[in-house]
Design a protein around this ligand. Sequence first.
Ligand code: CP
Length: 309
Amino acid sequence: MKHLSVNHLLGIKYLNKDDINLIFHLANSFKEVLNRPIKKVPTLRDLTVANLFFESSTRTRISFELAQKRLGADVVNFSAGTSSLSKGESLIDTANNILAMKVDVIVLRHSNPGAAEFLSNHVKSVIVNAGDGSHEHPTQALLDAFSIREKLGSIKNKKVLIIGDVKHSRVALSNIFCLQKLGAKVRVCGPSTLIPKYLNKLDVEVSHNLKESLEWCDVANILRIQLERQKNNFFPSNREYAMLFGVNQELLSSLSQDILLLHPGPINRGVEVTSDVVDSHNSIVLNQVENGVAIRMAILYLLAAKIKR
Ligand code: CP
């Protein structure tokens, strides 16, 4: 069997194209398993995984847990709110105490950019980044690209538009790295206050014209406006944002071709996208969620293969 070039999944920036294609190849097989009446392949019966979520999550946490259980792994879940963090315990001490109970893999969601990489340098465990602040969300980008490929056949030369709050988004950066490694052209569109300056170093087009950008693209990935991080008034109001950068049916109907629509969730219906668009035939948001389990099974399987047990 082929192997990943990495021992942890810290970010898409550390993966090469062969790694991504290997993950997709295996995810296809696992997707087939997930559509059987018995959705289990107990190949990781000897593995114990701890899901350490220091930030809230619905999709990623449940998807990782299901992926682990479908592979037969033992699973423990940690939520910051009910842990000894409130007594001042550090991230490294927390991780080392959990690892002392013979845990092999840590899946980490944390609000600090670089938290997963930091932990990988300080503890003896495989680390999987489940989202680190506004930095990377590698499994989301992999499931997004896998879902696009499933619908369009290939990523190469496809024009992918990322709309909205790029500044606060870990999904955006991971998607940019992943799509570019697979040969897509990437453009971002949003208010200038939500587009970070570093993008000009990443060969990404920037536009502030939503209608023209939607006409340009084959695929649009609509980002969540991160309302909890809008302390600095990056735009005047949700209503004004929706008028200028919200995706609605009127805009989509005016385009010369149908486009594929993605959203990583959770969705602010009526802000970055209208409800009818989310629920339309163009939208593949629930396919993304479905594919997330197969993608995470593939990653856990490939990383577990690198552990000497
Ligand atoms: N897409 C995503 O990461 O969603 P959650 O925050 O619910 O995990």
